[in-house]
Each structure stands twice: as C-alpha cells, then as structure tokens.
Design a protein. Structure first.
Length: 182
C-alpha cells in the first residue's frame, strides 16, 4: 500500500484507467485524443481533490463587548418609556409623531427638546413674507401717527378692534330724504 497520508485508498479517483499498451493507438490522431482524455481526467481528479480537501476559509469576526458611544434613534410613545429604558451611552428617543426629542445619558438624566418641521421656502414664499412684514410696519406707523406717538416708540403691529365713533348731542341723527309728516 501507499504510505501517502493525503491519498484515501478507499476512494477511486480514476474514472478511466490510462492506456498501458501502445497497440491501441494506431495513428497520431488517436494519440492526440488519448492525451486530451488524460488531460480531462487529471483536471477532473484535481477538482475532486480540491473540493474534498479544500482548506476552510478563515473567518475573522470581532465581537465588541463595550458600547461604541453611538446609539440609534428609538421611537417611543411618551416620556415614561424613556424613564423605563436603561441606557449605557447617550441615547436619543423620539415620539412617534416626531414632536418631541428626548436624550438620556448613562446617569439617567433626560433632556427634552421640542421639534418642528422646517419647510424650505421658495422665492414666492419669501416675497409674501417680506410684504407681510412691510404691511405690519405700515399698520404700526399709521396707528402711531393717529395716536401721535413718537418715533422712538415701537410700532404695535397687532390689529385692534374696530374703533367706535363718538356722537355728540349737538349733532342730529336724522336721515335726509325721509321726512315724517303729520
């Protein structure tokens, strides 16, 4: 028997036995066919050997036992959920409707923030905003002028209730065109 430890004697690796006598080869073309078949047989044996005895691939996997300082954003229903949650690093919590943000650190301290959506304004929105502010300034100037306010005072841009007109007793309140006759 063979003493090679890599060859398994119980496995027949040869699918076709090589030709040992040259009497079967009659011409040059038969010899080329024979060589091609031998080449295919050797390649097939090599592939079988490599698939059986292939070295396992090395897996390099590291496990982190301590937190890395970055925690994900967690969705919650209320601040009670934040209080119940155990955090090792600063962790951000947001309500499901995205109106409040809570940040809890490892000590258990919670910071609360109100959130609102910032909608980008296009050119038309900016023009409308500018015209509104100019309109409010003019209203304030008119109001200050009507009350004889000085320029040092701030303009009040709030819209007041309609002013009531005062009537004096000397002015008659009769309607022209409709006279009563007795």
């Amino acid at each position: 028997m063979n003493n090679n430890p890599y060859i398994n004697p119980y496995v027949n690796t040869y699918t076709q036995q090589p030709m040992n006598n040259m009497q079967q080869i009659n011409n040059y073309d038969d010899y080329l066919k024979y060589l091609e078949k031998e080449k295919e047989r050797v390649e097939k044996s090599k592939e079988q050997y490599m698939s059986r005895y292939q070295q396992p691939t090395v897996i390099n996997q590291t496990f982190q036992s301590s937190p890395n300082g970055v925690a994900g954003l967690k969705h919650i229903n209320s601040i009670e959920d934040v209080e119940k949650e155990l955090t090792v690093v600063e962790t951000a919590f947001v309500t499901n409707d995205y109106t409040q943000l809570f940040i809890k650190n490892a000590k258990g301290e919670i910071r609360t923030f109100d959130m609102f959506e910032v909608i980008p304004k296009d050119e038309k929105d900016e023009i409308i905003e500018q015209l509104r502010s100019e309109n409010n300034k003019l209203k304030g100037m008119i109001k200050n002028e009507s009350t004889n306010a000085t320029n040092d005072e701030e303009c009040d841009t709030t819209i007041d209730k309609p002013t009531k007109t005062k009537t004096t007793s000397k002015v008659s309140v009769s309607r022209a065109g409709k006279t009563k006759s007795k």
